[in-house]
Ligand binder design. Structure first.
Ligand code: MIG
Length: 824
């Protein structure tokens, strides 16, 4: 009977049985009834005792063991060993577990054990082994088990399916999980993590390309995070199956998670980044506008597009070569017919300020005359199946084998293969198809074996980290090859911690208004999930945008950390001037704005790298105490000074915006508006509503056609008057080396404080870099009083004026410490 059911039907049956994994049901169906052992979930029972070893506490119920480890004052890790033996303590996401802990202690009462740090208390109830986490100051329980941790034997592969079920409070909302589709708030939904090539994904499609098993819960105005560091196929349910339960589980590996304390969402994200790392400072040119297409070829077409930017006077820093630059899609080769002299082309492009970025895929063509394949084969670097056959699958080059990037020796080898491309002058590298994607089959079968850093594993365990380890190999290889230059790398697939090696794009989206909305949410979600350097294919990868949609997408993209237009090969041309007027001029205006804001954007990246701040901050993060913000998903701040309200509706000429607490200047009109209000703001096609927080200092560069085109003679500082004190940052350095790791940079802090009659600006400077300019050129917006005198470090400045827009203009030395602007 069971044999008559095909896999699709099994899937359907599996999905209708609530609370059981698909695998479990498929297994039921595969086994003749006589073989069926009852499948039982086993739960922790009663705590029999506890043992302390340094910062680790081991609880036992006589059989299973649980480790509770104090990672920092605000982070606690929990692990479960069903029969007492913990798995190897290795993680691709978290290179170093232990952080600084000031103090912690264990207390025992009649009913429970309590481990407390200076901030959090983790309780384990004796009778039923329930684990909870509470805030020491408020006493509020942030997260607690609804049932004891449980597991179920996996008879086919060994190991266990592992489960955790926690309370879901009635007013609780959920955010994070990185690469997910649909609404930002995750409450009421169920998700799966299994890196998938999701061409033209839909609004609620799941899973997508990347796995970030990290979420943030918010209830009663306080946030906490859970990072379930498990690379197997994993699942999250936020009150979907059961309105008052949140659960997460995986098809194998260990039940291992970090509780990350808030109480602010920003604290949770920053602490998650202390575990998994931040993005390194990208080369500054990578923050410019990039132009991509599948594919620009031959060489004459590449030159034509590059020159098109210069003749149209539209700034651009990079042009991309998609797979067609290769010889029969063989990685690290060139199609000599299309590109007879890549070195000369790349050099000529550089001469007009245009960098070249190329794609590299994981599939290596099976071809004994192809050096990469030969080397990989000789070194035994390709993945094998359980019975020792090579893992073979079809991708662009035809029949391929795939390097096992979870083997450090393979990564070292593959990273070195970029040598020739680097010598040719290629500036950036784009790793695609690394879910890994295989035509037909989708991905590798489960039985493929991986080295997994010597800890070994099947593809079930390595699948979700394969892409991350590929781009790690790319990044590390480039870092060596490029000496002290910062590599620029992009990856499609990844796992938590991928931000240490690459930026990402959201994959194959579609040229529709729905996808514009979705891309806006996706970038914000990635940003608060530890992967801040993210962008969408501007214009939509497949399908045809009209001029309006493309322009609205350029406007959103101006404030995407990664700004790149890309399109599939079967679509019409898609450069910023392809749609004619008025679109070309508006696209130019916004791409120019990106370059004008470059010193601000670069400083925001520094704040992320150094301090772990996300780059895009959704309203839910800005004002988590305001529950309606948990559902407002179409506005965000870029850094904390610029509020971006993209226009996402076709034909819109205005839109409603919500301004958070404080006062905000309309970026275009300089009108000052009070926060905690909604406004209807004009948003004709040439405008996208943008606001600047009162009290900000926003540095600005002159428009350039590419990063570094002109030296900065005087740095323009836009100061937005406020009746209260606000701090701003400015980061400056060489822009493309690692000298910042040796303190060769400047981190400047400006504090701006007005009192209705006077305005005070102070500056502190840290670091060792010397900028090219001597003077700041001020542009003070919103001064509410008539100016009588200006002093810079107590020396009077007589040369000041108000321009036609009522902006106060004067200059100062770049090293000033304080400025006093007095009213009459
Ligand atoms: O099977 O290289 O997402 O950006 O242009 C498609 C061709 C392979 C998918 C990527 C897309 C890229 C395309 N690639």
């Amino acid at each position: 009977m069971a044999e008559d059911i095909n896999n699709d039907e099994k899937q359907i049956i599996a999905e209708t049985i609530v609370g059981e994994t698909t695998e479990e049901v498929v297994q039921h169906l595969n086994n003749p009834v006589t073989d069926l052992k009852p499948i039982v979930k086993q739960y922790l029972t009663e705590v029999k005792g506890v043992k302390k070893e340094g910062n680790k506490f081991y609880f036992s119920d006589g059989n299973a063991r649980v480790e509770v480890r104090v990672v920092s004052d605000e982070i606690i890790r929990v692990r479960l060993a069903p029969h007492g033996v913990f798995l190897d303590d290795f993680s691709y996401a978290v290179p170093v577990v232990d952080q600084r802990v000031t103090t912690f202690r264990l207390e025992e009462t009649e009913t429970h054990y309590a481990i407390s740090t200076s901030t959090v208390t983790c309780k384990v109830s004796k009778a039923d082994f329930l684990v909870s986490f509470a805030d020491n100051t408020t006493g509020m329980v942030m997260s607690e088990d609804a049932s004891p941790m449980h597991w179920e034997e996996n008879v086919e592969f060994g190991g266990y399916y592992v489960f955790a079920t926690k309370d879901c409070k009635s007013e609780e909302n959920f955010f994070g999980l990185g690469d997910k589709s649909g609404n930002m708030n995750l409450r009421g939904r169920k998700f799966q993590n299994w890196n998938t090539d999701a061409y033209s994904f839909g609004w609620d499609q799941d899973p997508l390309y990347r796995t970030i098993p990290f979420y943030i819960g918010i209830h009663e105005s306080a946030s906490y995070g859970i990072f379930f560091d498990n690379t197997f196929r994993s699942y999250f349910d936020f009150g979907r199956e059961n309105n008052d339960k949140t659960s997460f589980w995986a098809d194998g590996g260990e039940l291992q998670y970090y509780y990350i304390h808030g109480p602010h969402m920003m604290d949770v994200v920053k602490r998650y980044q202390t575990l998994t790392g931040t993005h390194k400072l990208p080369p500054k040119w990578a923050l410019g506008y990039h132009q991509c297409r599948w594919s620009y070829y031959p060489e004459s077409r590449v030159r034509e597009v590059a020159e098109g930017f210069r003749s149209n006077q539209i700034p651009c820093d990079a042009i991309y070569l998609d797979i067609d630059y290769m010889d029969g899609y063989r990685c690290f080769t060139w199609n000599k017919k299309y590109f007879p002299d890549p070195k000369k082309m790349i050099k000529d492009l550089l001469n007009i300020g245009m960098k070249t970025v190329v794609m590299i895929d994981p599939g290596i063509k099976v071809d004994d005359n192809y050096w990469v394949f030969k080397e990989g084969k000789e070194k035994n670097f390709f993945c094998r199946r359980s019975d020792d056959y090579f893992m073979e699958g079809h991708v662009w080059p035809g029949r391929c084998q795939f390097p096992d990037f979870t083997n450090p020796a393979v990564r070292e080898w593959f990273g070195g293969l970029y040598k020739e491309l680097v010598e040719l002058g290629v500036a950036g590298f784009w790793n695609d198809m690394n879910e890994p994607a295989v035509f037909g089959a989708g991905t590798f079968p489960n039985d493929v074996r991986h080295n997994y850093e010597g800890y070994r594993g099947s593809h079930r365990k390595a699948h979700n980290v394969y892409g991350m380890q590929m781009v790690r190999s790319t990044y590390d290889g480039l870092k060596k090859l490029m000496r002290n230059k910062r590599p620029f790398t992009i990856t499609r697939a990844g796992y938590s911690g991928m931000q240490r090696y690459a930026c990402v794009w959201t994959g194959d989206n579609v040229a529709t208004w729905e996808h514009l909305k979705l891309g806006n949410i996706q970038c914000q979600r990635m940003s608060i999930s530890g992967v801040p350097f993210c962008g969408t294919d501007i214009g939509g990868f497949s399908g045809e945008p009209d001029g309006e949609l493309f322009t609205r997408w350029i406007q959103l993209g101006t404030f995407s950390p990664f700004m790149r237009a890309h399109s599939a090969g079967d679509t019409s041309v898609r450069e910023p001037w392809s749609f004619g007027e008025p679109f070309t001029s508006i696209n130019r205006k916004f791409i120019e704005l990106r370059y004008r804001l470059m010193p601000y954007i670069y400083s925001v990246f520094w704040e992320h790298h150094r301090y772990g701040f996300p780059i895009l901050r959704p309203l839910a993060m800005l004002e988590q105490e305001n529950i309606s913000n948990h559902f407002r998903q179409d506005e965000f701040t870029f850094g904390d000074k610029i509020l971006v309200c993209p226009v996402l509706e076709q034909g819109a000429t205005s839109r409603t915006v919500y301004l958070p607490k404080g006062q905000w200047y309309n970026f275009w009109t300089h009108e000052l508006l009070n926060g905690e209000n909604e406004y209807n703001i004009e948003a004709k096609l040439e405008d996208m509503p943008l606001f600047v927080r009162a009290g900000s200092v926003v540095p600005e560069y002159p428009v350039m056609q590419y990063v570094g085109e002109k030296p900065i003679d005087e740095l323009w500082l836009n100061v937005y008057y406020a009746d209260y004190e606000v701090n701003s940052f400015l980061f400056e350095d060489h822009g493309d080396t690692f000298a910042y790791e040796q303190d060769i940079y400047l981190e400047k802090k400006f504090s701006v404080r007005g009192d209705g009659k006077n305005l005070f600006i102070e500056q502190t400077i840290e670091g060792l870099y010397t900028p090219t300019y001597e003077l700041y050129d001020y542009n003070v917006i919103g001064v509410p009083f008539k100016v009588s005198k200006i002093y810079v470090d107590d020396k009077e400045v007589t040369d000041f004026s108000f321009d036609d827009k009522k902006r106060l203009r004067f200059k100062s030395n770049k090293n000033f410490m304080n400025i006093k602007i007095f009213g009459v």
